[in-house]
Ligand binder design. Structure first.
Ligand code: AMP
Length: 551
């Protein structure tokens, strides 16, 4: 039985994998026998169709089709209205998950409960929580949310036994991520991450669409904007993606545009396409340079390899610019499947390693946490591990080497900074960052602040996330994500100490504790994810989901 499945819930395509008895990741094809499924949702009456069929229907029924929903994850203002109901991004994503799961269940003849889902490294708490929620609405037990580049590196690290610093350049359908990772035999550590969640293959398509519309005008002399017609627009979207893919294989591609009985035929060369999209490509390189500067601050001043993942890294322009700029031959690494396979491997390693640790604990009578620590510190008796690994291998059917290799430590960094709103010397509101972006998680930091006034009744702690790496940041850069109130004892003098602790766990959940020094009154809270559906809405979404058939 395959226990945990890895899901790449992509902007344009999604993919599901598991790990076989040899510890190798295997992609499960969907009902259409494709290894990746378009993340496109088509509302067909009361039911929902996901994938290729949905994508095809986007032409005929643009109003019933949702694409690129990942870009709206965690956005409380986004909803898709259909049949008098409003669907949030989490719910729409849950349909994509259900399609992957039910096809995989049918294919493998087993029930799937536990999953690891991936998200871009720069997703903040809300977006991560939204991703987890999508899984829960789909009835899944989400064991972990991990970063896509980390997952790619986990997949890459499988056959690896030489230490290397690797850059993962991940250009997907709607997102761009660039991440530096220190890959060692027994650990995979994210050093730095950067990117833009509004940059991806879709923008290359859009550049091509704009060009096609302009060419249409020029050739036919018809001055109408053909993009104003939703049906034509959808058609051009599909066409643009096809043309783009052709240009990854060939030097030129024919284009035929039909609108209101008039046809424009053109031919586009790869060179022209590269010109049209040069600024987009350059943006990815600039973001990479920004990330490299951050990494240099952590004493990582060079790297050994660049891995290209994400479907859009198949465009030859990506390889070219990297070769020219960094003088290194990038490796195109399983662009469509690496992330999903890495997620499956991660989940699998989690469960096998838990089992291994449990066995060692049984044998030695030692506490589970102590064993984990001594494994990390490499102070554990090898013979004890070997004996326990043999038993796990015998019981599970996994090979001994696979069980022993399960102990890979994944270290992540936080993609945003987190702080509180405080006042500077000029009594102006500023953000004071307690956790700086790219710090290793889990992370905990305490800072002492002082009350502003004598006999202050309470402290309102405004919790903020931002994208900057400085300790003190202009309030304009902060995005408030939560609030907590600490009621103070009476008669405190001005500047009485209040210690605020921020603790961030591996999955990006932020816990906040504030304590005043006199009576030691304290409050603690974990971040209220304001943008995600919750309460009644969530129950309704779960209930509604049960009654909707997804295929
Ligand atoms: P992902 O989100 O990683 O699945 O990447 C999907 C994106 O990759 C979409 O924008 C696709 O159009 C794009 N893509 C897939 N295959 C190719 C290809 N051969 N050439 C160019 N772009 C591609």
């Amino acid at each position: 039985m395959n226990e945990i499945f890895g899901i790449d819930l992509g902007t344009t395509y999604s993919c599901i994998s598991y790990v076989d008895e040899y510890g190798r990741p295997v992609v499960v094809p969907n009902a259409e026998n494709e290894r990746i499924t378009p993340s496109v949702v088509f509302f067909d009456g009361d039911n929902v169709i996901v994938g290729d069929v949905a994508k095809e229907n986007s032409k005929m029924y643009p109003e019933d089709v949702v694409s690129f929903v990942k870009r709206s994850m965690g956005d409380e203002n986004f909803y898709f209205e259909h049949g008098g109901k409003n669907y949030h991004a989490e719910e729409i994503s849950s349909f994509i998950l259900r399609k992957l799961i039910s096809d995989a269940e049918n294919n493998l003849g087993q029930k799937i409960n536990d999953v690891v889902i991936t998200c871009p490294a720069y997703f903040g708490i809300n977006e991560r929580e939204a991703t987890k929620l999508a899984g829960e609405i789909a009835g899944l037990n989400v064991k972990a949310i991990i970063n896509e580049p980390t997952a790619a590196a986990v997949a890459y690290g499988v056959d690896y036994d030489k230490d290397k610093v690797v850059l993962v350049y991940d250009l997907g359908g709607g997102t761009f991520d660039v991440t530096m990772i220190d890959v060692k035999k027994d650990s995979i550590k994210v050093i730095c991450t950067g990117g833009d969640h509004n940059l991806g293959g879709k923008d290359w398509d859009d550049a091509l669409i704009a060009y096609m519309a302009e060419q249409y005008k020029e050739i036919t002399g018809n001055d109408k904007d053909i993009l104003e017609d939703p049906e034509t627009c959808q058609e051009l979207q599909l066409l643009a993606e096809r043309v783009k893919k052709t240009l990854s294989q060939r030097e030129k591609a024919p284009i035929s545009i039909n609108y209101e009985g008039e046809r424009a035929k053109i031919e586009i060369t790869r060179q022209k396409f590269n010109e049209l999209t040069y600024d987009l490509l350059q943006r990815t390189v600039n973001l990479m340079d920004d990330m490299l500067k951050e990494a240099a601050k952590k004493n990582y001043t060079s790297f050994d390899e660049i891995l290209l993942v994400g479907g859009s890294s198949r465009m030859p322009q990506v390889e070219e610019i990297i070769k020219n700029k960094y003088n290194i031959e990038p490796k195109v690494f399983d662009p469509d499947e690496a992330v999903s396979k890495g997620a499956a491997l991660y989940g699998w390693k989690l469960s096998v390693n838990d089992e291994l640790v449990r066995r060692i604990s049984e044998e030695t009578g030692k506490d589970i946490e102590d064993i984990k620590k001594s494994i990390d510190e490499k102070s554990i008796d090898e013979n004890v591990v070997e004996a326990a690994a043999k038993r796990v291998a015998d019981d599970t059917g996994y090979t001994l080497s696979a069980v022993k290799a399960s102990n890979v430590k994944v270290v992540n960094v936080v993609s945003k900074s987190f702080g509180v709103v405080t006042y500077n010397n000029e009594e102006k509101e500023v953000v004071y960052n307690l956790i700086i972006k790219n710090s290793e998680v889990p992370y905990e930091f305490t800072e002492r602040f002082g009350t502003r006034e004598e006999n202050q009744e309470n402290v309102m702690i405004k919790i903020v996330e931002d994208e900057l790496s400085d300790k003190i940041v202009d309030i304009a850069y902060g995005n408030e994500i939560g609030e907590a109130e600490l009621v103070l004892p009476e008669n405190l003098p001005k500047n009485s100490p209040v210690d605020i602790t921020f603790k961030l766990n591996e999955e990006g959940r932020l816990e906040i504790k504030a304590i005043e020094a006199v009576e030691k009154r304290e409050i603690s809270t974990s971040i209220e994810t304001s943008s995600v559906i919750k309460g009644k809405d969530l129950e309704e979404a779960k209930e509604r989901n049960k009654n909707i058939e997804v295929s």
